[in-house]
Design a protein around this ligand. Structure first.
Ligand code: SF4
Length: 215
């Protein structure tokens, strides 16, 4: 059952709140500012952004994934020693994330999200917001002041300048990352290296989990 947070207080205990989960696993965060840190990932089902290079297209349907309760996810996460939870997708903000994030924070986790920012609703209680805008669907501006990390996937040379256009729109203290799309590294890496050398407020993010051959 999926309800808005205002409803669950009267109907469900927070731990009973359920989400469609494509997969959940304990691994190493491979990208961005927290690259190299152990973290429990929860990949929620549902995304309508439609990136043609998406490497998790199985996540797109919202109704084909098993639902798991907050209590079930938390119990699984607590079997591991890491205390970062990364909520990803799909597009996780398609769901009301208050119950999930507040429960994990109460249990001592840092709550991190990876989002394209396209959704109208911006729910949850967050310690780290990674905003990864996509050309294929315009983000909602509500998220922009809260961004801790801007991460733009570079598939085409023109994506570098498109990424740079976001700088004046987001929290000015946000970290800025350019990340080559996995299949385009050979052609995009030289452009990214040159850009970061000329614009040192940016950094390079590579998908280290793929080099390590871990989830
Ligand atoms: Fe895939 Fe993310 Fe793009 Fe959705 S926003 S299509 S999950 S890469």
């Amino acid at each position: 059952m999926q309800l808005k947070t205002k409803d669950i207080k009267s109907v469900l205990k927070r731990g009973d709140f359920e989400y469609p989960v494509m997969e959940s696993f304990y691994t190493i965060q491979g990208e961005g500012k927290y690259q190299g840190h152990a973290a429990y990932f929860i990949r929620l089902g549902g995304c309508d952004v439609g990136c043609h290079w998406c490497d998790v297209k199985e996540s797109w349907p919202v109704d084909t994934h098993p639902v798991k309760s907050v209590d079930t996810l938390l119990a699984e996460a607590l079997t591991y020693p890491g205390r970062i939870v990364v909520i990803t997708g799909g597009e996780p903000l398609m769901h009301d994330l208050h119950a999930l994030t507040e429960s994990f924070q109460e249990a001592g986790f840092r709550t991190h999200i990876e989002t394209s920012g396209v959704c109208e609703e911006f729910t949850g209680s967050w310690d780290w917001i990674c905003f990864s805008p996509k050309k294929f669907k315009e983000p909602n501006t509500r998220i922009l002041p809260h961004v801790d990390e801007l991460k733009v996937v570079i598939y085409h040379a023109s994506d570098v300048e498109w990424a740079n256009d976001w700088v004046d729109k987001i929290n000015p203290n946000a970290y800025r990352y350019l990340q080559p799309e996995w299949s385009k590294q050979a052609s995009m890496n030289p452009l990214i290296v040159d850009f970061v050398k000329a614009n040192p407020s940016w950094q390079i993010s590579v998908q280290t989990h793929k080099f390590l051959q871990i989830p």
